[in-house]
Design a protein around this ligand. Sequence first.
Ligand code: ZN
Length: 109
Amino acid sequence: MNKLILTLLAMAFVATGTASDRMYIDENELYSSQNAFHIHIGHNEYIRTEIIHKDKTGLYTYENDITTKLDSLSSTYEKTWKCPYCHQQNPMKEKCSNVDCPSKYQVKK
Ligand SMILES: [Zn+2]
């Protein structure tokens, strides 16, 4: 029994480790700006990809093409939030960096 569980875990690891996994995207949760596509993953959090493909099922990107954090050895996705005032994408936990933004979230110079 334990051997079976170990085998299943090993298979799951291989599956998640595949570089070419497709991630399907809801068209309503996708928009493009700043030379990239932003995918809404909920709670005003976005992940970014530069390439979108399409097949019979719908739009998708390869997990490999999703921008990951540069300062991380793991493959953690780089997340951004969309400013509700100027719609600019900003890194999580940082204020809106748009100097022309009318919001109070703007980073002061
Ligand atoms: Zn803004």
